[in-house]
Write a protein of this length. Sequence first.
Lengths: 521, 325
Amino acid sequence: MPSLRIATAAAFVSLLALGSSAGWAQAPKRGGTVHAIVTPEPPMLMQGLSQTGPTNMVAGNIYESLLRFDEKLNPQPSLARSWEVTDGAKVYTFKLQPNVKWHDGKPFSAEDVVFTLDKFLREVHPRWRPIANAQVEKIEQLDAETVRITLKQPFGPLLFAMEVASAPIVPKHVYEGTDYKANPMNNTPIGTGPFKLKEWKRGSYIHLVRNEDYWIKDKPALDEVFWQIIPDAASRAVAYETGKVDVLTGGSVDIFDVPRLAQLPNTCVTTKGWEMFAPHAWITVNHRNGILGNKQFRQGLMHAIDREFGKDVVWNGYGKIPTGPISSKTKFYSDDVKKYDYDVKKARDLIKQSGYKGETIKFLALPYGETWTRWAEAVKQNFAEVGVNLEIVTTDVPGWVQKTSDWDFDLTFNFLYQLGDPAIGVSRSYVSSNIAKGNPFGNVGGYSNPEADKFFADAAVAATEAERQTLYTKVQQILAEDLPVLWLLEMDFPTIHRCNVKNLVTTAIGVNDGFRDAWKE
Amino acid sequence: MGLIRFLALRLGKGILVLFAIAVLNFLLVRAAPGDPAQVMAGEAGAADAVFLEQLRERFGLDRPLPEQLWVYIKGYSTLDLGFSYRQQRPVAEVIFERLPATLLLTGAAFGLSLVLGVVLGALAARRVGRASDSAITVAALIFYATPLFWIALMSQVVFSLKLGWLPNVGYETIGANLTGAARALDIGRHLVLPAVTLGLFFTALYARMMRASMLEVAGADFVKTAHAKGLSPAVVTRRHMARNAILPVVTLAGVQAGQLVGGAVLTETVFAWPGIGRLMYEALVQRDYSVLLGVFFISSAMVILFNLVTDLLYRVVDPRIEGGA
């Protein structure tokens, strides 16, 4: 049996990292309280049942999955202490940590992992379900500390699906044989993570305390974490300035407040810790609506948008201009594609050739706050310069979700997470098999290109990284020519925190699992 | 008409009105675009058809609308406010845990504005035309006209950020574990900014109304008589003028009291006060129908109740009034 021994190497590297992080700086000090912002208030903290951003931010410190990912998106041990990929990348064998306990004191074992992946998440998780049903042949327990996943064919992104928001391991003894969604224990989550839920005072705060029985000795260092819920962005900024809050998580203050807050004493700003998500912002184009189905017209629009201005002025210089569907922060990115600089003349020519006759195009604004509104106005101005009439249509969040899901728009903003691998986070927006009403994150624009479909499909199941890269490079070239959507920005969501909160952002999901290693000076 | 008959009639009418409001609310809420399943899918950034189907089935949204309405009415007729599937808890529990914070805030603002408004209004009326009258009138006009959110944010900047006197957000110091008097004091300090912000608007209203009403009464014959009898100006103001001038203020206070439960969305949001107003706003944004309808129901019940109380109070303030149903 040919064996790819990446696991051992990775485990070794991470042991070094664990050892050295204590060595190179000061030793973490035990104790202390950190106040962080979570916004909006999460609907629930049972991470297997809710995948909202706020849920993940808090619950990623309560639950754990088999793997964590560093800032370069390399897998690191978590509940799995090592793993092996064999049989032409079709069999994944995970060795689990010994002596792990659930928050209620019961022992954790391979049974919980098999139950979670094969039963619980297969039933309820919108991202794991399709993977489990299409790719996985069987999930089995070899012994109390070993789990084996056998695939139908190689599936490159499988390890990324082992991230905590995608596959949080849940306790079998709490959920087996119950109606998962109605289980009363959903309000008192039981995980294996470094923190336990002590109290959730709705509308005010979520209080996490140290798990004294955590399986890594001496971790976590912090006694407690309070996740404060403050609904107004300006009030959150003042709360940080007056010392009520130590950590402003990404997106919790308006981007134009960031430079001002960054000037405050003892304040550190980092854009790291979002590599797994790599939020990619674009204008979705409804290809069904008249001129918008015309490639030349879309190319004209792309040349008309001053994307640098959007980045520098609207987003205060945060982010990077994308070249195509795949973020440069993730694997399989290629910049060997057609580029679109800001060029009013080229835009006018292309739009003229496309046969555009001045019809009004409706732009559904994204109701996510002031910055998005300003961005919509900037785009409107850019389009006006090349003679394209844009009418901005406003709505609230549920209205936006409904209109987008039902294809009731000409153009609209959207930003999607890339989730580590193009087969999970990118292809879903472009492949024709994902053209379906009722879901705002499918291929709502209706772009369809059999060639792109095929490359996306082949790349997901190609056996080696090199083969996948070749296929994804081709896809990026095709899409950059076709412009199914107009890519605007690889977004940054800076995290602002007091500099004496150390080691807060060390993984690809940042504060979402960062309090395990964080400590306070 | 007897008091009992008056009360029975009014309560009967109240229940009818409440029923009509409940049905209307249900239809109104459903007229808004989107549903809770779509919102949750939107927040998750991931969804497939099965996910949405599961949610809709769970929320009972897959049933025909008349059936959903029937279930809702049936529940409310036994005072069962339903279940919030988003929060996985009964609506009554969700609402009642927020009630104390809201009542504290709106109650404090109510008391503050009523007392301050009446006193300032009466004072301005007695010194009509003088500098102190102008000062009160101008201040009242300013607070009446300035948007609440601006006052809220500026008060945070001045009193929390620049002066450092008061906390800018929240109900109490999180993680301080205070008890007894220390905790009460802590909550009190957190209460000052939101209560004053919320109270200022109504203070301005009461002051303006009280002043106008006092001036109207000042020319009345019985006031001249009182002065002619040789009563001191203070006694005339207190016993003869104020008592008669206060009726319109009572009417307005009745309106404000009706909003004690649901009327502080903006203040609660800016000051992160964990009350009902925020709950309602968030439920609206999340299309959490059962919570939204629950808050609507309780607020409208309060309005009806306080209208009744106001009418009863008229009889106390002015015994000439016989309540007509």
